[in-house]
Design a protein around this ligand. Structure first.
Ligand code: G
Ligand code: MN
Length: 285
């Protein structure tokens, strides 16, 4: 009986699906070097609008890998792998460069760009200068760029991460706590670190129209953000009625992001989206 159970577990562990997943990981890992050489990583951009006016004020850059065989892959398919082999610094370089390039094109429209960095990036003391280089090359002021870090990765107990965040703060780039409300948060961390905005996790935002509890969490977090003078972003806006709902409830949310506003899109499509909404041209350079 025990043996049978054990072998069942064994069968499940080594199912065809798992094997093909691990084969894919191995093959992806071998593909990463080529991907950097041939420029297969592309930053997509998702608009972030201000609550009251509905104008685009920022975009979040989300990396995609145009894999010649597997198609378009999101970060969950390759970030861990990239981290594991210590190549995240190359990915940061690509991401910062594409983010700064777009920021240069949209800065006349007063639109900023946000990028995601991982715990691994926060452990690299060279990261702020890699970002600074990208900003200088594209002639973008630091204030136009925001670095997003998920709550649990903002380990201020670790002196390297704290120094890196401090250096980013000194550069003048914004620092956002991403997916706020899902991690192990120390509220005092919000005061100690040079945080400038707080993104309320999409699980609360997407459920707030149908759940009083989730609305209570969004209300509490947004009031906390406002009290600490942070820009409060609600991410995961999937219901077109959410904007009115938040306005009626008088919640101190500054910005909205989500599929109900726009999905992540390539730079050229974003430029067209901005031009269609603003009626004015965006730099082609
Ligand atoms: O962890 P972070 O907030 O950076 O994740 C951004 C991810 O959320 C992207 O993959 C993006 O495509 C996705 N996303 C953006 N808007 C929405 C939304 O309205 N609903 C859901 N479920 N996901 C979204
Ligand atoms: Mn993010």
């Amino acid at each position: 009986m025990y043996d049978a159970k054990r072998s069942q577990v064994g069968v499940r562990r080594w199912s065809a699906r798992t094997r093909s997943a691990s084969r894919q990981r191995v093959s992806l890992s071998g593909d990463v070097d080529r991907a950097f050489e041939t420029g297969e990583f592309e930053l997509f951009f998702q608009p972030i609008v201000d609550l009251v006016g509905g104008h685009i004020v920022d975009v979040e850059g989300l990396v995609r890998w145009h894999h010649p065989v597997h198609g378009v892959l999101g970060p969950s398919a390759f970030l861990e792998l990239d981290e594991g082999i210590g190549r995240r610094s190359s990915l940061d370089r690509v991401v910062f460069d594409q983010a700064a390039s777009l920021a240069a094109r949209v800065q006349a429209h007063r639109i900023g760009v946000s990028v995601n960095v991982s715990a691994g990036s926060l452990m690299r003391t060279s990261m702020p200068s890699v970002l600074d280089d990208a900003l200088r090359r594209h002639d973008v002021i630091a204030q136009r760029l925001t670095v997003e870090v998920i709550e649990d990765e903002m380990v201020d107990e670790h002196s390297t991460a704290r120094a890196v965040l401090g250096a980013l703060g000194e550069l003048g780039v914004g620092i956002a706590i991403d997916d706020f409300g899902t991690g192990h948060s120390s509220l005092s961390r919000l005061r100690r670190l040079p945080v400038t905005s707080l993104k309320i996790d999409r699980s609360f935002v997407s459920a707030m129209m149908s759940s009083i509890d989730d609305e209570a969490i969004v209300a509490a977090v947004s009031h906390l953000g406002r009290a600490l003078d942070l820009i409060v972003v609600a991410e995961g806006v999937e219901d077109p009625g959410l904007r009115d709902h938040v306005l009626r409830a008088g919640l101190p949310v500054d910005r909205l992001q989500g599929f109900a506003i726009a999905e992540p899109m390539p730079a050229e499509q974003l430029i067209a989206w901005i031009e269609a909404r603003s009626g004015s041209a965006v730099s082609r350079v």
